[in-house]
Structures are given as C-alpha cells and as structure tokens.
Write a protein of this length. Sequence first.
Length: 158
Amino acid sequence: MKEVKKILWPTDLSQSSAQALPLVTSLSQKYGAEVHLLFVAEDISQVINFYGQDHPGPVEEFRNWIVRKAQEKMDKLCEQSLGGCPAYRKVIVVGDPAQEILRYISDQGMDMVVMATHGHGWESHPHLPGQAVFGSVSEEVVKNSPVPVLTVRVSRKE
C-alpha cells in the first residue's frame, strides 16, 4: 500500500456515521494525512420526472435546504469535535451517494476511505434485524473502491 496522505471520510452526518470519527482522527494524526469530509445530498430531482411534475421549484428548494443544513452540521462538527478542522477539507455534492463517493475517490486521488458500515437508514429503521453487514452505500463503496476502505462497525445506541 502506498503512503497515506489523503483520507476520505464520507458521512451522512448521522450519529451512526459519526462512529467512524475516532478512527478518522487517529489515522489522520498518525499519518499526518489530510482528511476530506464528504457529504452527498441525494439527488431527488429524478422523482419529479417519475411523477410527471413540470415544476422543479419545490424539489430544488428542498435540495438547497439540505445542502445548507449539511453545511451547518459540518461547521458545528468541526468546531465541537475537530478543533475547527484545520486539516479537513469539507465538501458537499449532490447525486447518488455511492457513485459520488467513488467518483470523489478517483477525482481527488484519495489513498484510503474510512466510513461507518451504516448511516441514517440504520437509525431510522430500528425494526430491521442487525444482521446486515453493510448499508447499501457502504457495500457499494467497499465493492468498487480502487483504494482500501476501512469500515467501522456501527453499534446501536439502545
């Protein structure tokens, strides 16, 4: 494995995904690596075409609201948990989460990915059995990443 200089931490900013933060921080300090904190706002504009809506205004407004809220949460996370994120690059993109993460890995020359095995979907479906090893996004990234992916097993906060 080549030297680790850039670590990607894709997060949906949920409590589940935050469980990867201690490992991200530790690896960043150990290797002196830059961390790219990536949030992908899911592109829901495809729903418009499915239902035949001609006016995308409300969907665009909702997407813009999600991006604003994600930026606020990232800023808060950086200030409260990461000393202002001096070695972190904060990025928000819109699209399919797994595909955007994989694109970012290649486009930005990431050396490693650290991510939680599950995100917000895990939290919002407490009735699901805990046997799923990965959430759908994590599974897609692990299967297709050109660089090593370290996953942090998410534990439910009962």
